[in-house]
Write a protein that binds this ligand. Sequence first.
Ligand SMILES: Cc1cc2nc3c(=O)[nH]c(=O)nc-3n(C[C@H](O)[C@H](O)[C@H](O)COP(=O)(O)O)c2cc1C
Length: 384
Amino acid sequence: MPPINVDDYRTLARRRLPRMVFDYLDGGADRERGLAHNRKAFDAFQLVPHRLADVSTRDQTVNLFGRTLPTPLVLAPTGLNGALWPDGDVILARAAAEAGIPFALSTASNCTLEEVAERAGGDLWFQLYVLGRSLAEALTKRALAAGYKTLVLTVDVPINGKRERDMRNGFAIPFRYSPRAVIDGALHPAWLMGQLRHGLPQLANFAVRGADDVNAQAALMKRQMDASYAWDDLKALRDSWPHTLIVKGLLRPEEAVRCVEFGVDAVVISNHGARQIEDAPSPLDVLPDFVRSVDCPILVDSGFRRGSDVVKALALGARCVLIGRPTLYGLAARGGPGVADVLRMLRTEIDTTLALIGCSRARDLGPDFIRRTDAVPRPPTAPV
Ligand SMILES: Cc1cc2nc3c(=O)[nH]c(=O)nc-3n(C[C@H](O)[C@H](O)[C@H](O)COP(=O)(O)O)c2cc1C
């Protein structure tokens, strides 16, 4: 049976990847209650259809930073894409370019930011982790020189969350050749052959002079996450970055308001796909508060698996949605065609949902199309 939804791609990804790699992709922080909560948050809302609306043509375009996106999706920044499929960063970036949507390249990518710009093109965003101020400055300058027009500062990783699956599996960079890891790899020959052909993935952006082996990169990653980075640093970043600046990882509307005061162009409400702390709110829980108080495009991610999830977020006031794991499942299962297929499925599901709720343009989505599942029904109006 060919895959018909994102969950099917998750199953295929689980089959193709060694357990250690699948767990890195799929897992969350602590006891992983956050993963379930992110999904449950969608159950708290229902879409309320309008009938007898002309939906013979549908338009799911949205505007973002003066551009029209053909669908309200962005590929979220994710590290170690090359562990899922060789050249994963370039494959994802090309699929995004093909679909006409932005791709955010992680600081922890396996291809350098310059290589992705050269080989993929499209609307490329660069996501910044601050591992140290001077390193961040150098990366920002490189992104600017390579032609990136959007910088995404991730603010929810002062340190890494406690990912227990990774701890149990001994998942780390550099990959450790424990007997278990070797057996795990050998049992997944399709994955193993790809990795052997291309060499184990490295944190390519850090393969710089004086730190050009994978151990040094790991040390950089662990030791230099700069947990002291704060509001003043954001101000300095704003002053130094001449193009669009997005802050990713907010869960408090008042901080989004402050970001706008600092000149930030958009925010991403995110709990990092429940990979940092398990009991944080889901973006959907807080989205209405953001919409009430923040005057900039609001992007969201964490837990989106269906087109109807995306439609709910737009009806609640989000401009567009960042997709993390779904396209990674596609990548891990089938490479580029898998990513393209997941994007096609999501677009089709968005289109179907728009038709079925009587909304011909995604831009017209609003509170009128959505209600809380536990909302008290309106009392019946008295007959006149
Ligand atoms: C395997 C993996 C790696 C990630 N790496 C990064 C990263 O390097 N930088 C970042 O800002 N967010 C990272 N994220 C978080 C995503 O950008 C996004 O917030 C999250 O995946 C959204 O949740 P979803 O996976 O449920 O769609 C990562 C997520 C996953 C699943």
